[in-house]
Design a protein around this ligand. Sequence first.
Ligand code: ADP
Ligand code: MG
Length: 249
Amino acid sequence: MNYLQIESLQAAYVQNNILTPALQDVNLSLAQGSIGALIGPSGSGKSTLLSIVAGLKRDYQGRVLLNGQLPENNKETALILQDYGLLPWKTVWDNVRLGLQIKGLPKVEAAERIEKTLAKLGLLNLKKRFPAQLSGGQRQRVAIARSLVLEPKLLLMDEPFSSLDALTREEMQDWLLKLWQETGLTILFITHNIEEAVFLGQKILVMSGSPGTISQEFVNPLAGDYAARGKVEFLQTAGFLRHCLRGVK
Ligand code: ADP
Ligand code: MG
């Protein structure tokens, strides 16, 4: 079953009274419990697409359904951005508690959920620290914890690991894979990194053009295999994807 279904999506921005198209005829489907990787050059509309799916940008044409619902009616989506968005004056625990406070969950239940989520993300021993006392990878995990504590069904990530060094980035990819295997979440993420797309994306979607569209998509059987990085097929798939991306410039 498809969790996300997009048909003939078009979107534009108005700036100084001029309408500039950002997306044109985007069609996309993503099966429930699968990982989709969206890759493409800057300005091809990747972030616009994600903000529509997240229910943030509501002026679009076409059909966007999440589990049969319009984005603005779906309360089961979490959007994670590159810059973490943590509050520097709050501890890890309090940052993760934020969303639950807004939801008005009873204190005991909230504490249980926070504890469980922090444990799952290996952050429990850091719960009293402030964001400035964490590494980049840890900060990004706190940002993810803050979303996961709300028990979303769809995780949207906009270049989540871009500001991390190469090794931390690979650790985070492994970790995201583990999280996905444990939770069965549906994940759609944007990346600029070809290897990241091949390591994580069961479905790889190449975006191109301005206004942007999905110019190519393919199913990637290597995704989800921890040992894939060293395999010949992995390098071949990365090479193929590189070729696709060069072709769309
Ligand atoms: P990507 O994430 O692939 O780099 P974006 O979705 O950010 O692409 O942008 C797609 C196009 O829409 C670009 O031409 C960009 O300049 C334009 N755009 C994005 N956000 C806005 C905005 N808030 N106002 C006006 N134009 C925007
Ligand atoms: Mg972007």
